[in-house]
Design a binder for this molecule. Structure first.
Ligand code: CTP
Length: 413
């Protein structure tokens, strides 16, 4: 079993190290945790002990269970030393060779590959001292998992937020030489899944029967085929797949915002979510009381996420879904055209053996070239067939290249 030593330092992002640890374990990696004293102010050593099922290494002078000198035995056992989150202080000590605690001593003692995921306030991250330390580490072959941008815990907006656990894990897997390889390697896939929930008051809502299974199967298979996956999911009762970056949302508007925020690097988008087309015009702050006679619910339209993506998709491949109960193909063809999707997955949700809440689905894949009817199969198998079709379509020369080729005079033999 490959072994990663996970160093955790004192920063608000320390809780994300738990997710990194779990995700590495799901990929059959044995994880030992080393904490700095300050890290224990954020997450207790017991949490990491319970998750890793190994004692946490905190005190460089304590001997191991077999009387071994732990900063040496762990340093020898590690194939990768991963520090997430890595504070400015830790980066400084690594860069300058200061060894005054368990983690920094282990760094000097190990021959393992080193990966660090910095996290700190934006001004600290931009400080020349930190920049210089990062340059020293980079030059020494240390892999830096760049922090993300956004609102920081300190209230500032900017770069410095710990990278997403999925990115940290994929950097560690790379360093282990266990990089995902597959026909979607190098792609960033954004998948939406599940229903949206449109609140009417604090206890009532409008929603639909989607369970998220199809979207989760797409995310899982894309991950297995080597893609980096962002999964934007409405409320579901099933566990999202490991190793994908999950963004939980509730309403159609929240889903539109999350997709807008995360779609930038996506090369493929699969809109498998059953997005509500309407929401109550007003959300009552307290529980609505019944009144005599009939009631009327005023609804307003939600943003059409797929249509918006279709309008400015550039080279991004966009997949839409159509859950229909009648005139399935006719409606689905019209949806593909109206929303400018490259591929539309149409399914008949009136069938009892497939669709919502089922593990199985049958579908017709509609694209510019063909309509491919797929029989009833597991949602995972269907997801794989969808990716196969996406790859086949993407392998075709772009329409412009085809037009140029047609215009070129035939070469004389
Ligand atoms: N979709 C979306 N945003 C919405 C509604 C739907 O992105 N507000 C996406 C779904 O994720 C799916 C496709 O559009 O990929 C479905 O198209 P749509 O015409 O909205 O399907 P229905 O909601 O079933 O529409 P209708 O009720 O008109 O059949």
């Amino acid at each position: 079993m490959p072994t990663v030593v996970l160093g955790v330092t004192g920063c608000i992002g320390a809780y994300k190290a738990c997710e990194v640890l779990r995700d590495l374990q799901r990929r059959d990696v044995d994880v030992h945790v080393v904490m700095t004293k300050h890290a224990t102010e954020f997450v207790s050593a017991m949490t990491f002990e319970a998750l890793s099922r190994h004692p946490v290494f905190l005190d460089q002078f304590a001997l191991g269970a077999e009387g071994d000198i732990r900063h040496i035995s762990l340093a020898d056992a590690a194939q990768v030393l991963l520090v997430a989150p890595a504070t400015a202080n830790l980066l400084g000590k690594f860069a300058r060779g200061i060894a005054d605690d368990a983690l920094t001593t282990l760094y000097l003692a190990t021959k393992a590959k080193v990966v660090v995921a910095p996290a700190m306030n934006v001004n600290m991250f931009d400080h020349p001292a930190v920049r210089e330390n990062l340059d020293i580490l980079r030059a020494r072959g240390v892999r830096i998992v760049e922090p993300g941008s956004g609102y920081l815990a300190c209230g500032w907006l900017g770069r410095g937020r710990l990278a997403e656990p999925a990115d940290i894990v994929s950097a560690a897997m790379d360093a282990l030489g266990l990089t995902a390889s597959g026909d979607l390697a190098g792609e960033t896939v954004l998948v939406t899944a599940g229903p949206t929930v449109e609140d009417l008051d604090p206890v009532r809502f409008l929603s639909n029967r989607s369970t998220g299974r199809m979207g989760f199967a797409l995310a899982e298979t894309a991950r297995d085929r080597g893609a980096r996956v962002v999964l934007v999911a409405g409320p579901t009762s099933i566990e999202p797949p490991a190793g994908v970056d999950v963004v939980q949302v509730r309403s159609a508007e929240e889903m539109a915002r999350a997709v807008g925020d995360r779609v930038g690097p996506a090369t493929i988008v699969a809109m498998a979510a059953a997005v509500s087309d309407y929401r109550p015009a007003e959300r009552a702050p307290s529980k609505l009381k019944k009144t005599p006679g009939e009631g009327t619910l005023v609804l307003t339209r939600t943003p059409d996420i797929l249509a918006t993506l279709g309008k400015s998709k550039g080279r991004r491949f966009v997949i839409g879904f159509a859950a229909e109960t009648d005139r399935v193909l006719e409606n689905a063809r019209a949806k593909r055209a109206a929303k400018n999707a490259d591929l539309l997955v149409a399914n008949d949700v009136s069938r009892a053996d497939s669709g919502f809440a089922s593990e199985h689905n049958a579908a017709v894949l509609i694209d510019a070239e063909a309509e491919t009817e797929l029989p009833l199969m597991s949602k995972r198998a269907l997801a794989d067939r969808i990716w196969d079709r996406v790859l086949a379509l993407r392998a075709r020369p772009a329409p412009k290249a085809l037009a140029k080729r047609a215009a070129r005079p035939a070469r004389r033999k």
